[in-house]
Design a protein around this ligand. Structure first.
Ligand SMILES: Cc1cc2nc3c(=O)[nH]c(=O)nc-3n(C[C@H](O)[C@H](O)[C@H](O)COP(=O)(O)O)c2cc1C
Length: 365
């Protein structure tokens, strides 16, 4: 069967996974007051037949919040909320819960964080707007992080990672993609630093590597993952030569025995095959995500997994709309269509009410 490779177990050292499907991180803006609650726990538990549930972008500090009602991991209350999610996922199983740590950097916004000016590698304002509770507002000028403040920013990631594991998550994924803080360090357009954390490739990758190192030292290399999107021009980030930047980054990442490297297939933006580059230069587990500009192509992904070009497929919108995605693919069943109007914010509608195949069959029988 064409999709069989998606259901082959995966093993690397002590990591044993039942299949090759992961839920891609999806911001859903339904953690009211930044604290995950029962509804969020239910949503993740519904999708626990995946190998990994990579939970939505989660701010490691108040100042890093970029959107309305995104969960945080910097208070006891938020940690307790995540513990509810972790318990529900563990009870449903077998998925491993990985929480994505997302610092918005310059696209964080004062309306979400008690009026603090966002921080970024350099004081370069992003073009565009962000949706708040009161409509869209333009991004604001960030403040460049002082060199002696970098340690504290690293500490935010470390403390959030420690809270994630204390809450019962398996690991964390550091969000270095899609134009948020770590990507802003990697990209020339947003990083004008001259203090050893910019200027050239070695400088631009340095903070990202240091965050990986600090988090891995705190919670373990095998519990630390990272997501990148080479050359992905979103949130007004531009990279002049992603191939060189990411080659250098992967060489550094290869020093660690990380949980995985997650690459969004930004090849059309980057101008080269970013997945092939990652496979060639990074020796560990590689998760691929099709990226916004690609068609969903589960057969193509299965073939590439069988060929060893990557190890797991992270699926976003199809998994959002099909809580039982692995089961449906295995059965060759049609998929529910995702409703874009309920992606960001709201309640159970378009969140926990997508029917499983079994539920559909029960109602039609
Ligand atoms: C509603 C929505 C929310 C998203 N939130 C995040 C996020 O929090 N972190 C992230 O890295 N990517 C995020 N993405 C990008 C997805 O992880 C994924 O890369 C994208 O949807 C393409 O994959 P797909 O075709 O399987 O959906 C989001 C995408 C969507 C549609």
């Amino acid at each position: 069967m064409a999709l069989d490779p998606l259901f082959a177990p995966y093993e690397r050292g002590d990591l044993v996974l039942p299949n090759r499907l992961a839920l891609a991180p999806l911001t859903r803006n339904r953690a009211k007051g930044t604290v995950p609650a029962e509804l969020n726990a239910e949503y993740y538990a519904q999708r626990a037949s995946a190998a990994f549930l990579i939970a939505e972008g989660t701010q490691p500090s108040a100042i890093s919040q970029a959107y309305l009602d995104t969960p945080g991991l910097h208070s006891d209350e938020q940690q307790a909320g995540w513990a509810k999610v972790a318990q529900a996922v563990a009870a449903a199983g077998p998925a491993k819960l990985v929480i994505q740590l997302m610092h918005g950097g310059r696209v964080a916004h004062p309306v979400f964080n008690g009026d603090q000016q966002p921080v970024a590698p350099s004081a370069v304002t992003a073009e565009g707007t962000v949706v708040t509770g009161d409509g869209s507002v333009p991004f604001v000028e960030p403040r460049a992080i002082e060199t002696d403040e970098l340690e504290a920013v690293k500490g935010e990631y470390v403390h959030a990672a420690q809270r994630a594991l204390a809450a019962g998550a398996y690991g964390v994924e550091l969000h270095a993609a899609n134009g948020y803080l770590l990507h802003q360090f990697l990209a020339e357009k947003t990083n004008h630093r001259t203090d050893g954390y910019g200027s050239d490739v070695a400088g631009r990758i340095r903070f990202v590597v240091e965050v990986v190192e600090a988090v891995a030292a705190a919670i373990g290399e095998r519990r630390t993952a990272i997501r990148v999107s080479p050359g992905h021009a979103v949130n007004d980030v531009e990279e002049a030569d992603p191939q060189t930047t990411y080659a250098a980054l992967y060489e550094e990442l290869a020093r660690f025995d990380l949980l995985y490297l997650h690459v969004l297939d930004s090849s059309p933006h980057a101008g080269y095959d970013v997945l092939d580059q990652a496979r060639e230069l990074y020796p560990g587990t590689l998760i691929a995500n099709p990226g916004f500009s690609q068609e969903f192509d589960f057969e193509g992904a299965a073939e590439r997994i069988a060929d060893g070009r990557f190890d797991l497929l992270a699926s976003g919108r199809p998994f959002l709309a099909n809580p039982d995605l692995p089961h449906r693919l295995r059965e060759g069943a049609p998929l529910n269509e995702a409703d874009g109007s309920t992606f960001y914010g709201g309640d159970a509608q378009g969140y926990t009410d997508y029917p499983t195949l079994d539920e559909l069959q029960t109602t039609t029988n």
